[in-house]
Write a protein that binds this ligand. Structure first.
Ligand code: AMP
Ligand code: ZN
Length: 492
């Protein structure tokens, strides 16, 4: 099955807290579910890190010959501001702020998300289901959890009964914590609380008169809680137990813990064999997040228009920067790290261009098959992209020294090296050659479209400072823009 690698893929499972042999339930099929974005605002670079990490995993599984059904949801309902099923609905709040319908907010930020991921050259998932498109499935699942006795209804809201569930199951299994410890970390219930237990969470929430996004249910008008959408949609498209469930590490303690409880209560089965969690992108050591306000938008990174940025960086520099750290390690953002990544990325691309022109010899002085084996070994070791990159740089060293006639390669080995670089640099790491007229042209066109869109909105809002700044910065980068009656023209 593991095409060409001749080795066994080992994957780290959060649940077992150790690396294990990766044996999907039903090879060659792999079901993978990844928690997608909450589309009430732009995705920041931290979100992108998680989606780019899973793109690498998806690409490598495809390369190995697995038939992967990759489901990544869009959260477009049921997200309240507070962690405790309280506070204003994030979509409704944004809709009021931007004077749009909640579904216009959803559409706007879903399109923005797709555009950014396209610029980062990620592959689209096989299915991208939305919470609002699966209300019926969520209601059905809640009915079954109620029937199993692990949930209760109070005044139109349905809660999951964590203490009752814990009597028969290990609720803290994913984070390896005991119920008592979890209870200790939660505030006492007050007189206003209607739920029975401190850890109980809402499966369905009764609508208030002002609630904009609501649906009829057996418990009256309301909307689903935050966690049930992923359980309902993963079960629908991947079955009761599937292979890999992923998301950022921040989802482990609550969202994924509750997903496991919901699936166990409804289906009597654990939802996933493997839990894969990506670590956080940090800025000066603090997690990048929408609420902390330290999140750069990818477009700010490309244009350099942010106080923390010395200048702009290209999408492939950023993708390479991310691949240089393992998905389970934190990755701290800094200008120095991005500049080093830019150098590394350029060096890699230049050597691939040199590789096309290498002259073959009668004998090889280096063993390319060994480097190839090392590349597979790195990726088979829990998708270890930084180690893979170190082996690719060994290939870069060889290419340069063969070009400088210090070492030699046969025609067969040159072909092997070409195929190795194609496989790992382009197919698996998902990099594009930005200097290549076709690939680069596509990326630059996408970027220019994005930048001119921002400028257009700035002008519509009479924000002349931003619009002038964009024009000046583009000019400094060698791009001239001209406003015509048919729109904006640009040229390098
Ligand atoms: P959200 O739109 O906030 O629900 O997040 C979408 C995805 O991005 C989730 O899988 C999160 O775990 C992940 N995520 C959020 N912040 C970060 C970060 N700073 N670094 C990496 N992943 C993140
Ligand atoms: Zn989820």
């Amino acid at each position: 099955m593991l095409k060409e690698s001749g080795q066994h893929l080992v994957i780290y499972n959060t649940l077992s807290r150790k690396k294990e042999d990766f044996e999907p339930i039903n090879p060659p099929n792999v079901g993978m579910y990844v928690c997608g974005p909450t589309v009430y605002s732009d995705v920041h670079l931290g979100n992108c890190r998680t989606f780019i990490s899973f793109d690498l995993i998806y690409r490598y599984l495809l390369h190995l010959g697995y038939k992967v059904r990759y489901v990544r949801n869009i959260t477009d309902a049921g997200h309240l501001e507070g962690d405790n099923d309280e506070g204003e609905d994030k979509f409704a709040k944004k809709a009021k702020l931007e004077q749009l319908e909640p579904m216009e907010i959803v559409q706007k930020y879903t399109l923005g998300f797709h555009e950014i991921l396209r610029i980062f050259n990620t592959l689209p998932p096989s299915i991208e289901p939305t919470a609002t498109g699966h209300i019926v499935e969520q209601i059905e699942m809640i009915k079954e959890i109620l029937a199993s006795g692990y949930a209760y209804e109070i005044n139109g809201t349905v809660y999951f009964d964590v203490e009752k569930y814990s009597k028969d199951h290990d609720y803290g299994i994913l984070t390896n914590r005991k119920l008592e410890d979890l209870l200790e970390g939660t505030r006492e219930l007050g007189g206003q609380d209607e739920k029975r237990g401190r850890l109980d969470f809402a499966l369905w929430i009764k609508a208030k008169p002002e609630t904009l996004m609501k649906w009829p249910s057996p418990w009256g008008w309301g909307f689903p809680g935050w966690h049930i959408e992923c359980s309902a949609m993963s079960t629908k498209y991947l079955g009761t137990t599937f292979d890999i469930h992923g998301g950022g590490m921040d989802l482990q303690a609550t969202h994924h813990t509750n997903e496991i409880a919901q699936s166990e209560a409804c289906n009597n089965a654990a939802p996933a064999k493997y839990w894969v969690h990506t670590n956080m992108l940090t800025v000066n050591g603090a997690r990048m997040s929408k609420t902390a306000g330290n999140g750069f938008l990818p477009k700010e990174l490309f244009t350099g228009d942010h106080p923390l940025l010395e200048r702009g960086y290209s999408p492939m520099t950023v993708r390479f920067f991310m691949a240089q750290s393992h998905y389970r390690s934190t990755l701290d953002f800094s200008n120095e790290a991005l500049q080093a990544a830019e150098k590394g990325y350029k060096k890699l691309m230049e050597s691939i261009a040199r590789l096309q022109k290498l002259e073959p010899s009668d004998t090889s002085s280096v063993n390319i098959a060994e480097i190839r084996g090392n590349c597979y070994a790195a990726m088979n070791d829990d998708f270890n992209s930084p180690v893979l990159i170190s082996h690719l740089f060994e290939a870069v060293r060889i290419i340069n020294s063969v070009a400088d006639k210090k070492e030699s390669l046969t025609a067969t080995d040159i072909e092997l090296l070409k195929s190795l670089m194609q496989t790992f640099v382009f197919d698996v790491l998902g990099l594009l050659d930005e200097s290549d007229a076709n690939a680069g042209g596509e990326v630059i066109n996408g970027l220019m479209e994005l930048i001119l869109d921002i400028r257009k909105s700035a002008r519509e809002n009479k924000d002349w400072t931003t619009s002038d700044k964009i024009r000046d910065k583009l000019k400094a980068a060698g791009v001239e823009i001209k406003d015509t009656k048919d729109g904006v023209e640009w040229r390098v």
